[in-house]
Design a binder for this molecule. Structure first.
Ligand code: ATP
Length: 230
């Protein structure tokens, strides 16, 4: 695997995986804010090859999603975009990208003293217990959870709901532990689902304005170029 471009001095790295199909304004805003809120040194964004949690295909292919994510995070300092999952998909096209495998690979390539945190939204946090080898994931990279706009739920209540998925008495998985993992970042009302829905319609009132708001100018421009085959 090509070593991800991360400053050698980084001691705490926030890992941010997702389909990014396409990346929206919340991805950049929230991930940078989450990194800074916990005083981490670096943000590594990892577009998924094929998500095991989502359908078999994405609107944008792996290369385009890498391109769009680079565009979305363009100019941001202490951020890099990893090709590792998209490259793995190219070698094994029918295999989903499992987070636990990505984490093992990263752990092998990074110095032992580097601490990893796994940034996920509330929707993903609520299903983390069903991911492949969730305890191994937690052991390698402690989750860092973002509330999602629209859920209208306090951090405390979200933490209690997540903890109820793990209620086997294991230390570190109770409501207070999950509450500690909820990061204090703004709520951003944006989803890739909404962006894909708007991209699929042509005549909805306010569509162009909302798309610009959701994706930002640079990503929207790149999306249009990709769709026109440029
Ligand atoms: P989709 O609508 O296709 O499910 P998405 O908007 O959730 O996509 P992903 O690429 O799946 O985007 O998101 C990557 C990560 O960012 C996930 O952990 C997701 O929960 C989180 N995330 C995405 N959008 C938000 C948001 N607006 N607020 C908080 N977390 C978010």
């Amino acid at each position: 695997m090509a070593t991800p471009p991360i400053a050698a001095s980084a001691r705490v790295i926030v890992l941010f995986g997702g389909s990014f199909d396409p990346p929206h304004i919340g991805h950049r805003r929230l991930a940078v804010a989450a990194r800074d809120a916990i005083g981490a040194d670096w943000l590594l964004v990892i577009p998924a090859g094929r998500s095991p949690h989502k359908g078999s295909s994405t609107l944008f292919d792996g290369e385009d999603r890498i391109d769009l994510v680079k565009c979305a995070f363009g100019g941001a300092k202490r951020v890099s975009v990893s090709r590792m999952e998209v490259d793995r998909m190219r070698n094994e096209p029918d295999r989903p990208s499992y987070t636990v495998e990505t984490l093992h690979t990263l752990r092998e390539h990074l110095p032992a003293g580097v601490r990893l945190r796994l940034l996920i939204g509330a929707d993903q946090a609520l299903s983390l217990h069903r991911w492949r080898e969730p305890r191994a994931i937690m052991a390698i990279a402690e989750p860092l959870v973002m509330r999602r706009a629209g859920d209208d739920e306090s951090a405390e209540s979200l933490a209690a709901r997540i903890a109820s998925n793990w209620n086997d008495g294991t230390a570190g998985l109770g409501p207070a532990d999950w509450h500690r993992r909820v990061v204090d970042v703004p709520l951003v009302d944006a989803s890739s689902t909404e962006a894909r829905r708007l991209l699929a319609t042509s005549d909805e009132p306010g569509r162009d304005g909302r798309l610009r708001e959701l994706l930002g100018d640079a990503v929207l421009q790149r999306v249009r170029e990709i769709r026109e085959g440029r």
